[in-house]
Design a protein around this ligand. Structure first.
Ligand code: CO8
Length: 258
């Protein structure tokens, strides 16, 4: 499927989705968000895809929602359209793991989009920020909620209230990103990570994603119970038998996603 604002490639079990609005630093407009939701849904349904990598350009993952598109909207416009909400939910509900490979600016909606992914690998030139306050608005795609859960109140308040950008080293220190790599090797490292995920049982990887995401949606008690039940459920899979047999026989497992 050809997109106007994305470049999508599927190779070796990994779907790479590249945001492609270079003239606007990949600012998120309605077209891009709708195409992205569609591309993620297709990758999620595609049996040959086992992991998704979402990326932008070397200069910008995404510099936020498109200010040109938003500037003249009224309250009723954004309320009725529920601006970006459905598309963002579709991406967040994807069942296969999504890795964000972030170089350059990840600001406002761009930072929020990266946080919707399952983990972020950042290039050393990455800059994260929630500068909505400078435009007279607040975050609208999870920035006040996800960033606060990920990095804590002090950093989140600082970012949202001052609008300052966080560099890659600070983002790694405070747990927003899982690793920082040199810009030139960002895609190679992201693909290596995606290949690692892709070689696991797809069913187990989906269960991991569901279990970890529960931690952000429920109490510890409920989350622990959910995890335990998920652990029990894994014993109904052939891949549990294969994984453990392979370990005992000192060989690589041949998972069949069953
Ligand atoms: N929207 C539209 N166009 C943009 C955006 C944007 N967010 N960011 C950059 N651009 C455009 C610029 O207008 C410029 O276009 P042109 O050449 O036609 O003037 C081009 O990209 C290049 O940008 P700059 O010349 O500004 O490049 P610099 O290297 O000088 O600066 C910055 C880069 C620092 C990233 C700067 O462009 C900037 O500050 N951008 C805006 C960042 C921002 O405020 N982001 C937050 C937007 S609000 C938001 O994301 C709310 C999310 C809500 C989500 C949905 C709700 C449900």
């Amino acid at each position: 499927m050809a997109y106007e604002t994305l470049i999508v490639e599927v190779e070796d079990y990994v779907a790479t989705i590249r945001l492609n609005r270079p003239d606007a630093l990949n600012a998120l407009n309605a077209r891009l968000m709708s195409e992205l939701a569609q591309a993620v849904t297709e990758a999620d349904r595609n049996d040959t895809v086992r992991c998704i990598v979402l990326t932008g350009s070397e200069k910008a993952f995404a510099a936020g929602a498109d200010v040109k598109e938003m500037a003249e909207l009224s309250y009723v416009d954004v309320f009725q359209a529920d601006f970006f909400a459905q598309d963002a939910d579709t991406i967040a509900r994807a069942r296969k793991p999504i890795i964000a490979a972030v170089a350059g600016y990840a600001l406002g909606g761009g930072c929020e989009l990266a946080m919707i992914c399952d983990f972020i690998i950042a290039a050393d030139n990455a800059k994260f920020g929630q500068p909505e306050i400078n435009l007279g608005i607040v975050a609208g795609m999870g920035g006040s909620q996800r960033l606060t859960r990920f990095v804590g109140k002090a950093k989140a308040m600082d970012m949202h209230l001052t609008g300052r950008f966080m560099d890659a080293a600070e983002a790694e220190r405070c747990g927003l990103v899982s690793r920082v790599v040199p810009l030139k090797s960002l895609m190679e490292e992201a693909m290596k990570a995606a290949q690692k995920v892709a070689e696991k049982s797809k069913v187990t990887a989906m269960a991991v994603k569901e279990s970890v995401n529960r931690a952000f949606e429920t109490t510890l008690r409920e989350g622990l119970l959910y995890e335990r039940r998920m652990f029990h459920a894994m014993f109904a899979t052939e891949d549990q038998k294969e994984g453990m047999a392979a370990f005992l026989e000192k060989r690589q497992p041949q998972f069949r996603d069953r």
